[in-house]
Write a protein that binds this ligand. Structure first.
Ligand SMILES: Nc1ncnc2c1ncn2[C@@H]1O[C@H](COP(=O)(O)OP(=O)(O)OP(=O)(O)O)[C@@H](O)[C@H]1O
Length: 423
């Protein structure tokens, strides 16, 4: 199970510039959380503080029993091995091929042999749809491809905590959907605690269990996604709808005169350009693909939400009940689909769909983390990460009919991706 991250009273400034203050939240074990907020509110700074790259003036960040704001650098080094981080710009080494970039954490932090490293790296490259691009330099590929290479690198050590800084930036909507699905599938496979920083409202609506929002140097809220999505707070409503009119301005704050002008314009029927979508109409959360294990976090999340349900606003309670019922239906349909196509459900057979019905080369199964399905058949390597000793990939080329029945085909990430079936 992923590790809980508990943040208490965190305050960060650069010189006299306070970024945020007194931020408290808990990223529950194995759950997927998202952090929203206007540009410049310090979301990336928050991520960097969680891994100890930046040091807060006040507060604590407790990870696996250690307060990383106060621990020794040796302890911090150990704690960091729990993390896989996808930075906003991919943070790849410009002079190294994608292959070497992705292999880097394995070479740096484990004593794995090159054969084993190759298997893991190629699995992750395949997983993010970059097969064929492994010899390219970061400067020779698109921003979206760099992003996916960064994600592959974040996954090679099978992290307990995954931090993703704007995983969708540089990706078109379709690739964004693939990468979002990938994160859910990965969560189902390894039950990692995930935090996604994003401006993408679609991701916020459909991927996380919990959502938080930073605004005016404070955490406006953090809790079950339905609470934020049904919130009546003007800043939340404005952010979700992308409207010009509201408390969020081009710079951090609008002054009263501007707000008054906007109110007059609205009264005159002039719009702020925002979408008219009804965000309180909750879209069911994306579920793992059929054949993937079911997310273990769902039950834990529901248990937690059940305990606090009576404390939530009435419309959030109603939205939670509705979305849980809809999600149950989707999960049941996925199970039926998996049974019909003999994909295995990751519970009864270890989730090894590579052997159980054609989710081979073309599935989104995160093979290095995936084939194990449960951690019972993994070993612990030198740095305490779980990793299979055996090559975990079935490299047999699936037949075309299998490929066609796969719900997600990561090869479609790139039109220039080499088709392994043709080689
Ligand atoms: N190392 C640093 N030194 C000084 N100021 C910094 C540093 N890193 C970030 N900042 C400042 O902190 C503020 C928050 O930056 P951050 O990148 O966290 O915002 P963000 O919410 O992630 O923005 P965006 O959504 O645009 O990516 C900005 O004003 C930025 O200039």
């Amino acid at each position: 199970m992923g590790v809980e991250v508990s943040v208490e009273g965190l305050t960060k400034s650069f010189g006299s510039q306070n970024i945020w203050r007194d931020v408290s939240l808990t990223l529950p074990s194995g759950e997927v959380s998202a952090l929203l907020g206007p540009s410049g509110t310090g979301k990336s700074v928050f991520l960097k503080t969680l891994i100890g790259l930046l040091h807060p003036e006040q507060g604590s960040v407790i990870i696996d029993g250690t307060d990383i704001t106060k621990c020794s650098s040796k302890e911090l080094y150990e704690i960091r091995k729990l993390f896989g981080v996808l930075f906003q710009d991919g943070a790849l080494f410009g002079s190294m091929s994608l292959y070497d970039n992705i292999a880097f954490p394995l070479r740096e932090h484990t004593k794995k042999k090159e054969d084993n490293i190759r298997d893991i790296v190629m699995e992750k490259i395949d997983l993010v749809g970059l097969t064929g691009a492994e010899d390219k330099l970061p400067g020779e590929i698109s921003g979206g491809m760099r992003k996916r290479a960064g994600l592959a690198r974040a996954l090679v050590l099978d992290p307990e905590i995954i931090l993703c800084d704007e995983p969708d930036s540089g990706l078109d909507p379709v690739r964004t959907a693939y990468i979002s699905q990938l994160l859910i599938d990965i969560n189902a496979q390894i039950d990692a605690t995930i935090l996604i920083v994003t401006h993408n409202i679609n991701i916020a609506r459909t991927i996380p269990d919990n959502i938080g929002m930073l605004f005016r140097k404070e955490l406006v809220m953090f809790g079950p996604r339905e609470v934020l999505l049904t919130s009546e707070q003007p800043v939340v409503k404005q952010f979700l709808s992308g409207d010009r009119f509201g408390p969020i301005g081009m710079s951090e704050e609008k002054d009263e005169a501007v707000q008054k002008q906007e109110e007059e314009m609205q009264a005159a029927g002039i719009g702020g350009g925002g979408t008219k979508d009804d965000f309180s109409e909750i879209i069911p959360q994306v579920q793992p693909n059929p054949g993937q294990p079911e997310r273990k976090a769902i039950e834990r999340h529901r248990q937690r939400v059940h305990e606090i349900l009576h404390t939530l606003p009435e419309n959030a309670q109603e939205a939670i009940r509705r979305s849980q019922a809809e999600e149950d239906q989707i999960i049941a349909e996925n199970r039926k689909h998996a049974d019909k196509h003999d994909l295995g459900n990751g519970n009864g057979n270890g989730g090894n769909q590579q052997q159980s019905g054609g989710a081979g080369e073309w599935s989104t199964a995160p093979a290095g983390v995936a084939v194990a399905g449960s951690r019972s058949d993994t070993t612990t390597d030198v740095i305490g990460q779980h990793a299979s000793d055996q090559p975990t990939r079935d490299w047999t080329t699936p037949d075309v009919s299998d490929a066609q029945t796969q719900p997600i085909d990561t090869s479609r990430f790139d039109s220039d991706r080499r088709d392994p079936r043709s080689s």
